[in-house]
Design a protein around this ligand. Structure first.
Ligand SMILES: Nc1ncnc2c1ncn2[C@@H]1O[C@H](COP(=O)(O)OP(=O)(O)OP(=O)(O)O)[C@@H](O)[C@H]1O
Length: 371
């Protein structure tokens, strides 16, 4: 605004020419001087100077906006704040439409519980034509652990959307929209992330998946909690990327055992540690998300995938719009499916607990491994 050119802001030509002749080009140049200085410099009267300054100020100052007009703008922009439906009815209802645009959604859970399966399905849904309820866009899938399986992707597509995937050429078209990138190191990831805004725009990307964020720093936590968060910069950058690009960003996070040091760094926390141990005994969980508190604050939605008594559960553990809920689920050839769309209410430590009870019985998929 301050750099607006004086010749373009509708001053009477006679006075605009005098400003130009004295090399006062922008609104900022003019408003940096007092009226008296302007009178002296331009060699014009008080009335002309004050009227010109008032005109320049009125043009460059952002106008007041009423609360009503701000609300109207918000309603108008609501289409930008959309959702990617997961097609898991209970979850979509809880999240008021699905995975929201413009924020980070995290999937956390033990190995083999189904995080990648969920990400594959979301990628397909984002690439699907809008006539089929998709976002009709590209997906950038950052496959940190080389777990992405194109055969499994096509299998989920063919079983979930046979009308599209069994049409000639469509499987190629859909999978061609999913751009997979495997960073070799954290530094390569960091470098590429800095340029990703351009890729998101150029490729009309409608979903960004990072599977998994924790794997980028695997080993960092083995010696206890690091002093500085190794992904501190990335957390802020990815969050701002979601806000800037208005697309859903889904990241996976792994689990690790909670250490005693972590639960009671100070003497007053010893009681808390005892309670934690009791909760762990009661809830059968000693697992926490691999990336710590700093990361947890950055995510808007946390979905915990866990195993309890040999059954998989998907929990909405953090959401600004949904109460904490749990849905039993299964993984079939068509991907994840909820066994019930009625969420079970969660309270207390149950909300954040990450269990892996009877986990080994359910992750052992005996079918052909798809790469
Ligand atoms: N075709 C299929 N049919 C049924 N279940 C399958 C099929 N393919 C994979 N699974 C299930 O998905 C599980 C693997 O899930 P996934 O790879 O998403 O785990 P993850 O949570 O991403 O694990 P990690 O943290 O190790 O990456 C398998 O253990 C199996 O139970």
């Amino acid at each position: 605004m301050a750099n607006k050119l004086i010749r373009e802001i509708g001053l009477p030509k006679s006075i605009a020419n005098i400003f130009a002749a004295r090399n006062i080009v922008t609104a900022k140049d003019a408003l940096s001087l007092t009226e008296f200085e302007l009178m002296e410099l331009l060699d014009v009267g008080w009335a002309e100077v004050t009227s010109a300054v008032a005109h320049i100020s009125a043009i460059v100052c952002p106008p007041y906006q009423s609360a009503l007009s701000l609300m109207e703008q918000r309603v108008q922009n609501e289409h930008l704040a959309g959702h990617l439906p997961t097609r898991l009815k209970g979850l979509d209802e809880a999240l008021c439409g699905g995975i929201p645009f413009g924020v980070l959604t995290e999937l956390v859970g033990p190995a083999g519980i189904g995080k990648t399966q969920f990400c594959l399905k979301l990628s397909l849904l984002a690439s699907l034509p809008s006539s089929y309820g998709g976002l009709d866009g590209h997906v950038i899938y950052i496959d940190v652990e080389s777990k992405f399986s194109s055969r499994r992707l096509i299998e989920i597509g063919a079983k979930s959307f046979p009308e599209i995937f069994l049409t000639k050429g469509m499987a190629q078209k859909m999978s061609g929209r999913i751009l997979v990138w495997r960073p070799a190191s954290l530094s390569e990831f960091t470098e590429r992330l800095q340029q990703i805004k351009v890729s998101l725009h150029r490729n009309e990307v409608k979903l960004l998946v990072i599977d998994s964020m924790a794997a980028l720093v695997s080993g960092e936590y083995e010696q206890g909690i690091p002093r500085q968060h190794p992904l501190g910069w990335h957390v802020s950058f990815i969050k701002s990327l979601a806000e800037f690009s208005r697309i859903p960003i889904v990241v996976t996070n792994q689990v690790r055992s909670q250490s005693r040091d972590e639960a009671c760094q100070f003497s007053f926390q010893v009681q808390r540690w005892k309670e934690t141990k009791e909760d762990q005994a009661r809830y059968g969980s000693h697992l926490v998300a691999a990336l710590g508190v700093h990361w947890a604050h950055a995510v808007t939605i946390r979905l915990v995938l866990e195993a309890k008594s040999g059954q998989r559960f998907l929990k909405v553990s953090k959401s600004p719009i949904s109460p904490p809920l749990a849905f039993p689920f299964d993984i079939t050839a068509s991907g994840m499916s909820l066994l019930s769309d009625d969420g079970i209410d969660l309270t207390g430590p149950d909300i954040n607990a990450i269990r892996s009870q009877g986990h080994s019985d359910i992750i052992n998929f005996t079918g052909e491994s798809l790469q």
